[in-house]
Design a protein around this ligand. Sequence first.
Ligand SMILES: Cc1cc2nc3c(=O)[nH]c(=O)nc-3n(C[C@H](O)[C@H](O)[C@H](O)COP(=O)(O)O)c2cc1C
Length: 188
Amino acid sequence: MDIKQAILNRRSIRSYQSRLIPRKLIEELLEFTIKAPSGKNRQPWRFVVLEEQNKDMLATIMAEKIDSRQQQDLDIGSSKISINAINQASVVILVFNAFSKFEKDYNHYRLLTDTQSIGAAIQTMILAAEDFNLGTLWICDIFYSEREICSWLHRDDELIAAVAIGYPNQSPSSRPRTSWTEITEWLR
Ligand SMILES: Cc1cc2nc3c(=O)[nH]c(=O)nc-3n(C[C@H](O)[C@H](O)[C@H](O)COP(=O)(O)O)c2cc1C
C-alpha cells in the first residue's frame, strides 16, 4: 500500500475482530513509529503496550471513573465508546511525554513542540498500522482517568494518548471534512 492509499483508507475503527495481533507485528509497528520527526530530535514519546488482562484493567479503571463522574453529573466525553473499543481491541498502546513533568525549564513552547512530536509519532503509528491492515483508534478519553491510570502503572511522566489497535470488524465511511479551500489563507 502506498502512503497516499493509507491516508485515504484510514478510518477510526471502534469495532475489532477477536483475532490477536502477533507480538512481532506490534514490535514492527513501534519500529515505524519511532521514525517520526521530533523537535530537536528529542523523541519525547514513551510507550506502554497493554495486552490481555492489562488491557482489561485499563478498561475497568476507565469505566469505574466514568461511573463516578456520571454520578456527579460531570462530562464523560465519548468514554463509553472508547472503552468499548478498548475491550474489543487486541492491544492498546499508551503514549507518554517523557519530559514535561521533569525538566526544570519546561515552558509552553517546549510543551507545544514535544506534543507535536508525539502527535507525529501517533500518526506515523496509525498510518503504518493501515499498511498492516490493522485498524486503530486514537483515544484521548483516557484523560478522564489520567491519575488512576498513571498510579496503576507507577508512571510519573505525562499521559498524552492511547491508541487501540486490532483487526477491523467494520469499514466506516469517511467522516466529513471542511474543504481546505475554506480554511486556508493563501498569500502571494
Ligand atoms: C487527538 C485525538 C483524540 C481522539 N480521541 C478519541 C476518543 O477518545 N474516542 C474516540 O472514539 N475517538 C477519538 N478520536 C477519533 C476522532 O473522533 C476521529 O479521528 C474523527 O471523528 C475523524 O474520523 P476518522 O478518524 O474516521 O477520519 C480522536 C482523534 C484524535 C486525533
